[in-house]
Design a protein around this ligand. Sequence first.
Ligand SMILES: Cc1ncc(COP(=O)(O)O)c(C=O)c1O
Length: 384
Amino acid sequence: MVLPVGNDRTPLSWLDDVAEQRRAAGLRRELRPRTPAPAAIDLASNDYLGLVRHPEVIDGATAALRRWGAGATGSRLVTGTTTEHELLERELAEFVGAESGLVFSSGYTANLGVVTALSGKGSVVISDAGSHASLVDACRLSRARVEVAPHGDRDRLREALATRTEERALVLTDSVFSADGDLAPLREMHRLCREHGAVLIVDEAHGIGVRGDGGRGLVHELGLAGEPDLVVTATLSKSLASQGGVVLGAEKVRAHLIDAARTFIFDTGLAPAAVGAARAALGVLRREPERATAVLERARDLARMTGVDAPESAVVSVVLGDAQRAFDAAQACRERGLHVGCFRPPSVPEGTSRLRLTARATITPDELATIEAILAEILAGAPA
Ligand SMILES: Cc1ncc(COP(=O)(O)O)c(C=O)c1O
């Protein structure tokens, strides 16, 4: 059927309508290039360990760039694998205590790749309601039956596993949830998976560099590293100050992904400079494990300043409720030289729009004092 288009309407006029609705609801998003040298105090980025400008990280990127060129030149299976990629995979696997690792072009493609390759028709995928958008999209692409368990609900997970008719089951969760910064009950989830013959996939995007001994992640902290029925995914773009993603798990999982993960096979390999930067960042973290402790200490400082509970991760979430109110508060911070995140629907549920502050290991005492003064002023004018 051809839809009638009025005189002043075009087939894309609905975009204007939608944009207007978003504007009215305070939900329009804007791209704002950041300044090359940080002019504002950064509490918005994911550079948890403060490594993005570290000289060793820049040198690692530059050396790889000079040696291998600017681009990967092809997919990993054709020309996109360098020895640098393989070293990074081994180093990351060793760091988190996994048997092997496989680097993807992003954390997003790592999640899509591992979930789709380990599921498929005739299997079930059970995902926590708070799982990252990339895991949600992975469910959609999986062709499996998908169940979404309410956030942190172990009873529902047990029931879903026990009553399934499919032989193969995957359970998906973030280790540290990106919006609230809370932790998944990984030990219990893994026990349930073990009891019911399921595989647990844990996204450690916000766990690596922050939780665990020297930043080895929550899986490692809980003694679950190397379990054969557990697979870890991570991004290289947060604590590791670079770009790219990785799947860490059993050697046979890695081998299967190389054969079957479409986002690995049909995607250009990660650029060598990004690989070099991630390797260097990992090297700094190994040498200076206190960076991981410092992130959590700074997060506790931010929580105290904003009157929220002490966080279990680098993410400090200050819920303000209304989307416009959160937007205005973030804007007011920015005008005073403080860059904070602002999460609104659909990133968070309706009525829970918030300032999202991310702690950084390298926040100085002077910066802390400035942050405290600005937040006190802004939050006094925007009570929850
Ligand atoms: C929990 C989580 N998983 C996956 C990703 C995707 O990683 P990437 O940005 O490397 O695609 C992100 C955010 O970026 C994330 O927060």
